[in-house]
Design a protein around this ligand. Structure first.
Ligand code: AMP
Length: 213
């Protein structure tokens, strides 16, 4: 699983892991954005919460993850942005136990607040497949089209500076306690996420090759 603040690079690294290792990824954020685009009641309700920088309820998120695991969770998988609360982590432990599966790695991407602010201020994301890039990349600033699926590259509606402040407060209050939750086992590894995506990925590849059977 990939853990860390908004803008720490979870989505980017998850995508690189999928391409490199062909491991399936699930991200509640991506599922919820898809639901929003389909205008389902769940998608619209979650969008209201996300737009204000809040977290969606643990019950809804755990339900989404369980559904996803029932469909895709036979082999290895990566969680991007799950769990985000201790309650979710506790429920995940129970789910994994039931499935006789183990958590091999909990990767914590450590980033400074400045890195978060810089990245969020310039983040562009593909509306269709979730590919993430930056407005500072001249190529995409000129032609905001996803190189993988031709979808439109857009600014996320929760990447607004004032919403970011709430997201950071939520992160500190609800997600950071996961550090002590996972410190009890031996799955937790911290990686310096302030670097470019390739350097971070090299560390992740080394960890996966060493730790995942
Ligand atoms: P992300 O794409 O991971 O940044 O998620 C976008 C938004 O979806 C978050 O700001 C939350 O509102 C919601 N969300 C995603 N994952 C979770 C989670 N594990 N728990 C609660 N809310 C979540």
């Amino acid at each position: 699983m990939l853990l860390g603040a908004p803008g720490s690079g979870k989505g980017t690294q998850a995508e690189m892991i999928t391409r490199h290792f062909a491991i399936a990824v699930t991200s509640p954020g991506t599922i919820l954005r898809r639901e929003r685009d389909l205008e389902t009641p769940l998608g619209l309700e979650a969008d209201e919460i996300s737009k204000q920088g809040g977290l969606v309820s643990d019950e809804i998120i755990v339900h989404l993850i369980e559904d996803w695991l029932n469909l895709h969770g036979r082999d290895g998988f990566v969680f991007d942005g799950f769990p985000r609360t201790v309650k979710q982590a506790e429920r995940l432990s129970e789910i994994l136990q039931k499935r006789k599966a183990a958590l091999d790695l909990a990767i914590w991407l450590e980033v400074s607040e400045q890195t978060v602010r810089d990245r969020i201020a310039s983040r562009l994301q593909c509306r269709r497949c979730g590919f993430t890039t930056s407005l500072t990349s001249a190529h995409f600033a000129e032609r905001p089209v996803c190189p993988y699926c031709d979808g439109p590259l857009i600014r996320r509606n929760d990447d607004d500076a004032s919403v970011l402040q709430t997201r950071l407060t939520e992160f500190k209050a609800k997600t950071e306690p996961l550090l002590s939750f996972y410190e009890k086992g031996d799955a937790l590894h911290r990686i310096d996420g302030n670097r470019d995506r390739e350097s971070v990925f090299a560390d992740i590849v080394a960890l996966i090759e060493e730790r995942v059977p």
